[in-house]
Design a protein around this ligand. Structure first.
Ligand code: GDP
Ligand code: K
Ligand code: MG
Length: 300
């Protein structure tokens, strides 16, 4: 890693908020590459994932977190614990809220959690591209909350990019001088294989029924690069035979659809041709087992 110039700033920014407010979309847009998967389904994001943005004057390391919610099983507890750790181990918190709805109980729960931490907080009102004409009322509900806590507020759209230059400048103002924590050309701390697994999981979230998505885990068994093509073999772990049936579909049509959509995404990621083969394996109750979670790459 090269030495940073004298006035260079750097630091870690935790992206916190309810599920589906657009945390992962925002991180992808800020770093300019899709490393975090996004979907309209809550709990899309499982691991803490870092996205790295290096400019002339600063290195911003974003920590994407799962949305904060009440845990119902082992995986849920791990998710909330990771969000708590994220709050304490970053330099700035970006608390993202959904500007198309008024401030609610979920936001207040998180605000309460944040008010007990020493970490400075910026409140980011997202989705302004989709705000209704009477948006001022919605904004005011959040601005009131920010006033109580003495937090600065910014508005933006993670999808269109409006307001993100201002957001970036505000974040840099909150950072102190520091080194390159990562090489300037790196966009994430996760290995390519992990992102590949996530891109497969994203297609399962988008294409299959509600009951399947929350019980899948992806293992990348092989990545083999040849001069002309990259071969990827992956196993989708599910908990029940019925879920395996849904994933494979009639005559294998569902697995084929998941595979071809995921292959396209992986080709974008590695900027090259990909051959993707998917297998489905039943692994009862993996969500309840810390050992299995760790084996599949989740931080427990
Ligand atoms: P997360 O759960 O907070 O990480 O949210 P995601 O990034 O997965 O996004 C949840 C949903 O909100 C997805 O369908 C996104 O496309 C959508 N979304 C995110 N940001 C915006 C935005 O700025 N404008 C609009 N209209 N939709 C957004
Ligand atoms: K989501
Ligand atoms: Mg997310």
């Amino acid at each position: 890693i090269p030495q940073a110039p004298p006035e260079f700033k750097s630091g870690f920014i935790g992206i916190i908020g309810r599920p589906n407010v657009g945390k992962s979309t925002l991180m992808n847009q800020l770093i300019g590459q899709k490393i975090a998967i996004t979907s309209p389904i809550a709990q899309t994001t499982r691991n803490r994932l870092r996205g790295i943005l290096t400019t002339e004057e600063a290195q911003l390391i974003f920590v994407d977190t799962p949305g904060i919610h009440k845990p119902h099983h082992q995986l849920g507890e791990v998710l909330v614990k990771n969000a708590r750790i994220a709050i304490e181990s970053v330099d700035v918190i970006l608390f993202v809220v959904d500007g198309t709805a008024a401030c609610g109980g979920g936001d207040r729960f998180i605000a309460e959690l944040l008010s007990r931490s020493e970490t400075p907080v910026i409140l980011g009102i997202n989705k302004i591209d989709e705000q209704p004409s009477d948006a001022q009322k919605l904004d005011d509900s959040y601005i009131q909350l920010a006033k109580e806590q003495q937090w600065q507020t910014v508005k933006f759209s993670a999808v269109t990019g409006v307001g993100l230059v201002e957001l970036q400048e505000l974040l840099i103002e909150h950072l102190e001088t520091g080194p390159f924590y990562y090489p300037p050309d790196l966009v994430t701390d996760q290995p390519e294989r992990f992102i590949m697994g996530e891109l497969i999981r994203e297609q399962i979230l988008l294409l299959t029924r509600e009951e399947v998505p929350h019980s899948v885990a992806i293992a990348i068994d092989l990545v083999e690069e040849t001069p002309s093509i990259t071969r990827v073999l992956a196993t989708i772990h599910v908990e029940r035979d019925s879920q395996k049936g849904i994933l494979i579909g009639k005559g294998g049509t569902m697995l084929k659809a998941i595979g071809s959509a995921a292959r396209e995404q992986i080709q974008k990621l590695i900027a090259g041709k990909v051959y993707l083969e998917l297998f489905v394996k039943v692994q009862p109750k993996w969500r309840h087992s810390r050992v299995r979670l760790a084996e599949l790459g989740y931080r427990v």
